[in-house]
Write a protein that binds this ligand. Structure first.
Ligand SMILES: NC(=O)c1ccc[n+]([C@@H]2O[C@H](COP(=O)([O-])OP(=O)(O)OC[C@H]3O[C@@H](n4cnc5c(N)ncnc54)[C@H](O)[C@@H]3O)[C@@H](O)[C@H]2O)c1
Length: 346
C-alpha cells in the first residue's frame, strides 16, 4: 500500500532565560510533559549546572544568545516563554541599560518570533510593575506607583514596557500573548549570591555570618515556592480562550522580613546575629498579591507552605556548601571567568 505517513513533529517550546532559576525548572517540566525544548540564554545570571539534567537529551536544544539580538531558530516553534532578564536588584542594576534593552528590545524580538511562527507567547512580568504600592493587596487593575527615574526603574519600567508591547501585539492580532505578574518566588537553584532575601538569609545562616536585615525588617513580602509558580505559568499558557489581561501569580501569605529571618534561624539552628542596614532606595514597604483572578481563570492556588518550601531550599543550599561549590562565587563572577560576558553584544 503506497501510503505516505508524515512524521509527526514534536511540539516545540522556546524558553528564553531557560538556564536561570525559574527557567530551568520550567524547561524540565515542559520536557517531562513531552515537549521539545529550546533554551535560549546568554548566561548573564543563568548557569549550565541548572540544566544539566536535560542537557544531553535529544529533545533539548541550547542556544547561547542574547535576546537583544533577533532570533533565527531555523525551525518552527509552537510556544514561547520569555523569562530572560536578571531578576535580583544587584544583578539588574549592574548594567541597567542592558536590563532595559533586554526587557524592551529582547521582548520585541521574541514577540516578532511568535508572530512569524503563529506561536503562543507568555511574558514573565513581575510584581515590580506595581512599584512601592499604595494599594494593598495588589490587584491586576492597580496601575502601580513606580519611580521611573530611580535605580530600580530599568527593571520596573522595562517590564512595564514589555507588558505594553505584549498587549499591543494582542490587540493587533499579531500574537496570542499572556502575561504572568510573578511575585517573589524562591526554591532550589536560586543563585546563592545574587542578593535576594531568601537566599541571602539562608546562606548567611548556614555560613554562621550575621544575617542582613534592610530597614527595620517590618516591611512585608509574599513568598511562592517554585513548583507552585511553574504550575501557575503552565496553566496560564494552556488557558483557552486567551484571558486578554495580566494575571498575578504569587503566594498571598504575607510575612515581615523579621519573621522570615526568625524562621530561617530556627530551621538552620544558627546562632547568627541580625545586622541592620539602611533600606535601599524605592524598596517597597508591602507586597502581597491578590490572586482571585488566577483562582477564577486557572483554578490555581499555591500549595506549598513557607516552612516546607524553606526546608527544601535550605537542603539545596546545604548541599551546595558541602559539595564545595562556593556560594559566594556569583554567577556573574563564574561567567566573567569563563569569558562568557565578553560575548554579549554592547
Ligand atoms: N524569581 C522571582 O522571584 C521573580 C519574580 C518576578 C519576576 N520574575 C521574572 O522571572 C524571570 C526569571 O527570573 P529568575 O528568578 O529565574 O532569574 P534568573 O536571573 O535566575 O534567570 C534569568 C535568566 O535570563 C538570562 N538572561 C538575562 N538576560 C538575558 C538576555 N538579554 N538574553 C538572554 N538571556 C538572558 C539569564 O542568564 C538567566 O538564565 C525574569 O524575567 C524575572 O523578571 C522572577
Amino acid at each position: 500500500m503506497r501510503q505516505t505517513r508524515k512524521a509527526r513533529r514534536a511540539k516545540t517550546v522556546l524558553v528564553a532565560g531557560g538556564a536561570g532559576f525559574l527557567g530551568s525548572h520550567l524547561c524540565e517540566t515542559l520536557f517531562r510533559n513531552g515537549w521539545r525544548v529550546i533554551c535560549v540564554d546568554n548566561f548573564l545570571t543563568g548557569r549550565m549546572d541548572n540544566i544539566v539534567s536535560i542537557m544531553d537529551q535529544p529533545r533539548f536544544r541550547l542556544i547561547e544568545q542574547d535576546i537583544c539580538r533577533p532570533l533565527n531558530l531555523g525551525e518552527p516553534v509552537d510556544r514561547i516563554f520569555n523569562l530572560a532578564c536578571a531578576a535580583s536588584p544587584p544583578r539588574y542594576q549592574a548594567d541597567p541599560i542592558h536590563t532595559t534593552r533586554t526587557c524592551v528590545i529582547g521582548t520585541l524580538n521574541l514577540l516578532e518570533l511568535a508572530a512569524r511562527n503563529n506561536a503562543r507567547f507568555l511574558q514573565a512580568s513581575t510584581s515590580e510593575v506595581y512599584g512601592d504600592p499604595e494599594e494593598h493587596p495588589q490587584r491586576e487593575d492597580y496601575v502601580g506607583h513606580v519611580n521611573f527615574t530611580g535605580p530600580r526603574a530599568c527593571y520596573d519600567e522595562g517590564k512595564r514596557t514589555a507588558e505594553t508591547l505584549c498587549f499591543d501585539y494582542l490587540r493587533a492580532a499579531k500574537a496570542d500573548i499572556r502575561v504572568a505578574r510573578i511575585f517573589n518566588t524562591y526554591g532550589p537553584r536560586m543563585d546563592p549570591a545574587d542578593g535576594r532575601i531568601v537566599s541571602n538569609l539562608i546562606m548567611q545562616a548556614l555560613e554562621k555570618r550575621s544575617m542582613t536585615i534592610f530597614g527595620d525588617g517590618l516591611q512585608t513580602r509574599s513568598f511562592c515556592y517554585v513548583s507552585d509558580l511553574i504550575d501557575g505559568m503552565m496553566r496560564l499558557m494552556d488557558l483557552d480562550p486567551n484571558p486578554g489581561k495580566p494575571v498575578n501569580l504569587g503566594n498571598p501569605g504575607e510575612f515581615t522580613i523579621m519573621r522570615l529571618a526568625s524562621m530561617v534561624r530556627d530551621m538552620t539552628g544558627t546562632k547568627s546575629d541580625l545586622k541592620f542596614l539602611p533600606l535601599p532606595q524605592d524598596d517597597p514597604r508591602r507586597r502581597q498579591p491578590d490572586i482571585s483572578r488566577a483562582k477564577a481563570l486557572l483554578g490555581w492556588t499555591p500549595k506549598v507552605p513557607l516552612r516546607q518550601g524553606l526546608m527544601q531550599t535550605i537542603g539545596y543550599f546545604s548541599n551546595l556548601e558541602t559539595s564545595g561549590i562556593d556560594g559566594r562565587m556569583t554567577a556573574i563572577a563564574t561567567n566573567a571567568r569563563s569569558g562568557r560576558l565578553q560575548n554579549l553584544p554592547a
